[in-house]
Design a protein around this ligand. Structure first.
Ligand code: ATP
Ligand code: MG
Length: 416
């Protein structure tokens, strides 16, 4: 992509009403734009990151046998009445709307009921199970506080997977598999080290639900980390009982702030029973399927990465999800030798399938460097009269700040 064609502009100052670091940076860099509190538009660079994260999640969900669907955003209240979740007294953050022809609709808050009801026509025998279905879709929640940028949207994108099983053993095995898939997602987006499998409240079929908590001072949750066993306990369930259960004491735990990036639950028959998702087992007996649900916040993940990997100069994208691998910066006079060389390099990179943002704008070096730092591509390559005179290009690694001179072969070797 040529930066001269990118319509988004960077800005030096963050908007006054934005308090979250992720939103400040992403807005300044032109990745997102704020429509309302908790409601953001994804601009070209932001959308590339979001799509890359979605694809990593998609690959890992497919790898554990998940089949992708797209459920509806408009929801039928009858289903949620059957499971006793429609009432505002029970769930208080639902956006609800009225039909002109009479009656109410909900705006997608969660999809356990919709998925379960949809599958009724597709499950009849134990031979139809297990079944694993997911979607990556917008969710709407009437959050009271929406001050965490894209980490807490009133409109946001979630990956939600639902699995259904004939017996508890199968559920438990699959649940562990999905846990593994989540770990690979966090690894691949660069958050592996900072993310802890965490015992939390909200358990339905099992005592606890399990959260994936990513360490950050910007987190709204408090967790207690056991570094040795690499797991954590959410403050909300920390008591004598759970310590005894894990055979640990408070001395084995360190208090940390963290962001809940994922949450998985064993649901048992909580939704399948009232909605009639039943099957006939090997002995001819009719039983409700046993389910689990697995949520992962896609834009919350992106916001978390912006939050924990940035520095005082701007964003720092891990390579797997960076909008472009290389930020190619031409310096000097437009049409001069350095620009011609940079054009050539842009072509070579493109032919090799290396993703490049080419700063071909007619601007001064200072402005271009500041933008490259703010936008945060993993590598910045400078082509100027000076670098050409010394036989090559200047390569800067965004994360480490390391700068060196390289020739064409070395450059390609490194960024390929
Ligand atoms: P929280 O406690 O932060 O409000 P939750 O427990 O209500 O979240 P879940 O229903 O567990 O959220 O949703 C699954 C995942 O979706 C969360 O782990 C999180 O990553 C993401 N998520 C939830 N609410 C939001 C939101 N308002 N904005 C962005 N992502 C969200
Ligand atoms: Mg949760």
């Amino acid at each position: 992509m040529r930066q001269s064609q990118l319509f988004t502009k960077t800005r030096r100052e963050a908007p006054k009403d934005e308090v979250a670091e992720n939103a400040k940076l992403l807005i300044r860099a032109g990745f997102i734009s704020k429509e309302l509190a908790g409601v953001y538009t994804f601009l070209p660079l932001g959308l590339i990151v979001l799509e890359k994260i979605k694809n990593i999640i998609r690959e890992e969900m497919n790898a554990v046998g998940g089949l992708e669907v797209q459920m509806t955003t408009l929801q039928n209240p009858e289903l949620y009445e059957k499971t006793n979740r429609w009432d505002d007294e029970v769930v208080d953050n639902w956006f609800k709307t009225e039909l002109k022809s009479g009656g109410k609709l909900g705006l997608g808050l969660t999809h356990e009921e919709a998925i379960t009801a949809m599958l009724v026509g597709h499950v009849s025998s134990y031979k139809d199970l297990p079944m694993s279905v997911y979607q990556i879709q917008k969710k709407f929640r009437n959050e009271i506080r929406a001050k965490s940028g894209i980490m807490r949207g009133r409109e946001f994108t979630m990956k939600d997977l639902y699995s259904f099983h004939a017996n508890e053993e199968d559920l438990n095995d699959y649940y562990d598999k999905v846990k593994g898939a989540y770990e690979r997602v966090f690894e691949r987006v660069g958050l592996g080290e900072l993310t802890y499998f965490t015992f939390a409240s909200g358990g339905i079929f099992s005592k606890y639900s399990h959260e994936f908590q990513t360490l950050s001072e910007a987190g709204e949750d408090t967790i207690y980390v056991n570094e040795e066993k690499k797991f954590a306990i959410n403050k909300e369930v920390l008591d004598e009982e759970i310590l005894a259960e894990f055979g640990i004491g408070m001395d084995d735990l360190v208090e940390k702030k963290a962001i809940e990036t994922g949450n998985i639950f064993k649901l048992g028959t909580r939704y399948t029973e009232p909605l009639g998702l039943k099957f006939i087992d090997e002995n001819g007996e009719t039983k409700p399927a046993i389910g689990a649900s697995y949520g992962l916040g896609v834009d919350r993940l992106m916001g978390t990465i912006a939050e924990v990997m940035s520095d005082d100069r701007g964003l720092v994208w891990p390579r797997n999800i960076a909008p472009f691998t290389v930020h190619l910066v031409a310096l000097g006079t437009e049409g001069g030798e350095a620009y011609t060389e940079a054009e050539d390099l842009y072509r070579v990179f493109s032919e090799l399938g290396i993703e490049v943002l080419f700063d071909d704008r007619n601007l001064g070096a200072g402005e271009k460097f500041a933008d490259a730092d703010l936008l945060g591509m993993p590598y910045r390559v400078i082509v100027s009269d000076k670098t050409l005179a010394s036989g090559g290009f200047e390569l800067k690694e965004r994360q480490s700040g390391e700068v060196r001179m390289v020739n064409l072969e070395e450059l390609i070797e490194i960024v390929k």
